[in-house]
Design a protein around this ligand. Structure first.
Ligand SMILES: Cc1cc2nc3c(=O)[nH]c(=O)nc-3n(C[C@H](O)[C@H](O)[C@H](O)COP(=O)(O)OP(=O)(O)OC[C@H]3O[C@@H](n4cnc5c(N)ncnc54)[C@H](O)[C@@H]3O)c2cc1C
Ligand code: HEM
Length: 402
């Protein structure tokens, strides 16, 4: 373990070089493997980050009991990428070659032996997860309804062709034949239904590959592919008062949790803050108002720019609302929305006294590189102005079994 950790520290310093070498080696020696990966250069860049994020996670958790279930689920989920046993050997060979190339003099026979054995354990655990899973590699799901709100929001109702288990608050990964090998995650906007249908609330990103297809092009009758449900945003019945803070289509998982609470009412009060940059982003307001009227335990605050005002104003309004509503040290807080919204709001809440261990959200990507000016992460105001935010991975976000 010690050998691996200190060897990885050397490689990490030259991570970019290592990953470039790895993919060049992999695709040069196994050209057929290239077709399993996204065609776009940008997605390959992302994949580089994910590979290293996964390796970092594995090395950091070598002695941790969560590692085996994480790897088994990762292997189960890799079936949707069409990764077979033969590919694991190829990936292992290229990974060892890349580590050797990057390590220079630090690469000794002992180090090579440690990495080879560790990779074998990782690959065996992933392949065992793939081989023993009772789930299909992916779920074919038919679009049965498509509602459009404004130009850029679509709510799609899907009917998976095989039973699809999920918990309120979880997400699924989605792929469309219109953009092959491109998988993106979307929260499921409903609690499990008797007919098994699922809603996805999709906000179109400018030049976004899958979101554009889903919002602008998909129609009833189209088929999509879904990966197993995942994510940690499940409601915790801890008896403490609860605040949900949802921005944009971040409302989807909150809606799923509230639907569940409507059937199994909570003992505690629930505050809901809905942040929207314009009217289209308040697409579910009729339902939210209905819930607020029906359930005494629920109070709702809408945070939008005043009519005629710039949407940046909602940023200030959110800050003011969170400061005024107070009681944060006692609250369980659930945040949902774009990664930078989550990061900024979590910081603000901590400043207001919220307990960091009681702020729940899905994992957000590292902002080391950032998309903001001079490479820094975008601020909340910039996010609100709809500037790009980094795509994110979820290496530690193992799915609880629904
Ligand atoms: C756990 C999880 C749950 C999610 N749930 C939802 C959901 O319920 N609804 C939903 O609409 N989305 C959700 N997303 C985001 C979604 O997965 C995609 O990232 C998003 O739809 C963009 O994918 P794309 O293929 O259209 O864009 P890409 O082709 O990946 O991106 C195109 C360009 O846009 C940039 N970009 C990426 N994200 C943004 C952004 N937010 N704003 C501006 N520019 C951006 C990229 O850097 C790139 O340059 C979720 C993400 C995660 C990780
Ligand atoms: C054994 C070690 C491996 C590890 C630790 C690993 C890790 C990961 C991780 C963390 C992701 C991102 C997951 C996601 O977005 O859902 C990923 C994606 C992917 N992996 Fe692996 N993987 C391994 C082996 C393989 C193999 C053997 C193949 C097959 C060639 C493969 C092909 C892919 C593909 C095609 C993607 C999706 C790329 C994308 O969407 O951009 N992986 N991998």
């Amino acid at each position: 373990m010690r050998i691996l950790k200190s060897s990885f520290a050397v490689v990490e310093r030259r991570a970019e070089h290592a990953v470039k070498f790895f993919y060049s080696h992999l695709f040069w020696h196994n050209p057929e493997v290239r077709d399993l990966f996204p065609a776009s250069f940008e997605d390959m860049e992302r994949q580089r980050d994910r590979l290293f994020a996964a390796l970092t996670h594995v090395i950091a958790h070598l002695e941790n009991e969560t590692l085996v279930p994480y790897l088994r689920d990762l292997g189960r989920d890799h079936r949707k990428f069409l990764a077979g046993p033969q590919h694991y050997a190829a990936v292992g060979t290229s990974l060892i070659a890349a580590l050797a190339e990057t390590s220079g003099e630090a690469w000794t026979p002992l180090v090579e032996k440690a990495w080879t054995e560790a990779y074998q354990v990782i690959a065996d655990t992933m392949m065992a997860g793939a081989a023993t899973s009772e789930d299909p590699p992916w779920w074919d799901a038919e679009v049965v309804r498509h509602l459009q709100y404004g130009e850029d929001i679509g709510v799609l109702t899907l009917r998976p062709h095989a039973p699809f288990r999920h918990l309120p608050g979880q997400y699924t990964s989605v792929s469309s034949a219109r953009v092959p090998t491109t998988w993106r995650t979307y929260s499921i906007g409903n609690a499990p239904r008797p007919d098994g249908s699922l809603d996805l609330h999709v906000s179109r990103i400018e030049r976004g590959r899958l979101s554009t297809v889903l919002v602008r092009e998909s129609r009833p009758g189209d088929m999509l592919r879904l990966g197993a449900a995942g994510g940690q945003l499940a409601f915790r019945r801890e008896g403490r008062p609860v605040s949900f803070i949802a921005a944009g289509t971040g409302w989807a998982p909150v809606r799923a949790m509230l639907e569940d609470l409507a059937h199994h009412p909570p003992d505690q009060d629930v505050r809901l803050f809905v942040v929207a940059r314009d009217a289209a982003h308040l697409y579910d307001r009729p339902l939210i108002d209905e819930y607020a009227a029906a359930f005494g335990w629920l109070s709702v605050t809408y945070i939008t720019p005043a009519p005629g005002q710039h949407r940046e104003q909602a940023t200030d309004r959110l800050t003011t609302a969170l400061c005024n509503r107070g009681l944060w040290p006692d609250q369980d807080v659930y945040l949902s929305g774009p990664p930078l919204f989550i990061q900024e709001t979590a910081c603000l809440l901590e400043d207001l006294g919220a307990h960091p261990g009681r702020i729940f959200h899905d994992s957000v990507p590292a902002t080391g590189k950032g998309d903001g000016p001079n490479g820094r992460p975008l601020g909340f105001g910039e996010w609100f102005l709809n500037r790009p935010s980094p795509h994110w991975h979820n290496p530690s976000g193992r799915a609880p079994r629904p």
